[in-house]
Design a protein around this ligand. Structure first.
Ligand SMILES: [Zn+2]
Length: 199
């Protein structure tokens, strides 16, 4: 898989999940790349990068993308890291979700987002204001509620986390369950497709 494709498909959350690394509520981790007593590694889920603030760290001074993260974690070459990243995406021999499930979930969720436009007056008004043609392009609206009404909860939630539709906040909600931050809440969303019109 090409590096540009990997970077659009592999989220930092997926990489952390793969290595069983759980950030705190400020999205910080005890850095796995040096002997770290207090969390020095800051994660940036928007850019899918990480930065270690400790000057004792071999990675200090350099922002890491998902590939750099894997390289440092595995102590491997870039080539090997790309192979590993591809495995994480395709789920080959790993507990990560197989691609079929990923596609099914993305299809399902984007259909839900598209219905979100129909059900939201502000979203419709905004799309019109921006002169976006809903006949020509697929546009969705995320009301940020998609993870609330899951009956098949646990599995679907894990899938949302794997894909990056949900981010774990590391805190408990008032219902005593883990709290999540949904991707693109109250935003207009577009589906990015690859050459085969896949997701
Ligand atoms: Zn470090």
């Amino acid at each position: 898989m090409e590096i540009s494709v990997i970077k659009t498909r592999l989220t930092l959350a997926q990489v952390l999940h793969y290595y069983h690394l759980k950030p705190d509520k400020n999205l910080r981790l005890c850095c796995p790349f040096h002997d770290d007593k207090t969390p020095s590694l800051q994660l940036y889920y928007k850019t899918h990068t990480a930065y270690c603030f400790s000057s004792n760290c071999k990675t200090h001074g350099k922002s890491m993308d998902v590939i750099d993260f894997i390289m440092n974690k595995e102590n491997c070459t870039k080539h090997e890291a790309l192979k590993k990243a591809t495995e994480m995406i395709t789920g080959e021999g790993l507990k990560a979700a197989p691609p079929a499930d990923r596609l099914t979930t993305l299809h399902k969720i984007f259909t839900y987002f598209k219905n979100g436009v129909v059900n939201s007056q502000p979203a419709k008004a905004y799309i019109q204001k921006r002169h976006l043609n809903t006949d020509a392009i697929d546009i969705g609206f995320n009301s940020g509620q998609f993870h609330y009404k899951q009956n098949d909860a646990a599995e679907a939630m894990q899938e949302y986390l794997n894909i990056g539709l949900l981010l774990e906040l590391g805190v408990m909600s008032r219902f005593g369950k883990p709290a999540y931050k949904p991707f693109g809440k109250h935003c207009i969303v577009f589906a990015l497709r690859d050459q085969e019109s896949e997701w």
